[in-house]
Design a protein around this ligand. Sequence first.
Ligand code: ATP
Ligand code: MG
Length: 408
Amino acid sequence: MSVVAAKELEDDAKKYASEAIRLDSQGAHGMAIQMYQKAISTLVKLVHLYPDYRLNRQYTERAMAYQERVKAIQAAHGLLPRNDGPQFDLPSASNDSNEGGPVNTSGGKGPQVVQQLKASFSELVITEKPDVKWDDVVGLEDCKQAIRECIVFPFLRPDLFKLGWPRGILLYGPPGCGKTMIAAATAAEIDGYFISVDAASIVSKWLGEGEKNVAKLFNNARKMLSDNKPVIVFVDEIDSLLGTRGQEVGGEVRVRDQFLKETDGINDKGKNLHLYVIGATNKPWSLDLPFIRRFPKRIMVPLPDLEARGSQFRLYTAPLTLSDDVGLETLAKISEGYSGSDIKDICQGVQLRVVRELFKSGKALDKETEARPITMADFKDVMKTRRPSVSPEASRAYIQWSSSFSAL
Ligand SMILES: Nc1ncnc2c1ncn2[C@@H]1O[C@H](COP(=O)(O)OP(=O)(O)OP(=O)(O)O)[C@@H](O)[C@H]1O
Ligand SMILES: [Mg+2]
């Protein structure tokens, strides 16, 4: 396989796609469709010529997203679908990212697609308050305190903050340690509004619409402010707004720029604006400096320490029947490096072990029979097969990034 040839095709696809998005945003629909179709053909060619190429999954998803956009334009502007447009016939590697069959540009599904696109904004943005409390979040006292100071204090006594206060908070750290949970708890604890969006879907599903929707998101947030309550916009997996470095095929740059513009807007204007952006990421090093600067508070959500691991084991084993030999302190000691989410998985793992045994014995269907108590050996066996999901190197990388960028 020639990587050079693949690179050329990739460059072509990028060129066509950005041109298509530019034309699309200017309302030149016919020309935009042509460009999208060129981008699709090129991506399809790439996937066929190099079925093993590591980016194929991404290309396939891109091509499908462009195709959706073409259908949407055609339907919205009464443009007849063309039957000679590129058709998908994808190698099996990508089957898990679509329904598995070829996608057709023709067919009478147009208005449906427009409906779907219209629905997409409300679908991707969740404004309901999550059902998580501060106390459900084990440990992480520093993070909780920092968030309280940052959001609750200025809201209660804005007059004390003569120099203003930060509106952007970045939560970063290894996966499964409570970033999403903390943001949810913040929302539940304040008497205000919470808007939650997943950055990855802004980029992938709102293709070509991405920047418009980022603007819409912030417009909506500003409208909610009129109730004189704080509004929190939570953007999970915020690193995906920047795209995969050097592999921009769609509109990520514009989505990112729009996001920077919007966050500037809330940081500069109106001293008493209670609009906050909480971003979460487990890849802080993929954020660039302009981006980092928009989050004056940067808080690491680390792996749980000994005490927090003990509390997590206590929490998740509370409903289980444990044998006397199970010591929570010992469990906490032997689980260094495991995340909160790992600990939950371990507890579910031991539960499954005893339930599985009961089913094997054939007694499970008798509602009176309980599973046997869980022993220390069960925990140790489960932990042997379930290693920590964060490696020591990864863990060090967070600490290193923190030493340069943490801002409490
Ligand atoms: N500090 C914690 N207290 C209680 N439960 C926790 C904690 N950390 C993680 N968990 C458990 O792990 C699950 C995953 O946590 P969460 O989604 O908040 O992690 P995250 O840091 O956002 O991870 P990712 O970076 O993968 O998005 C939670 O739903 C919860 O069950
Ligand atoms: Mg998360």
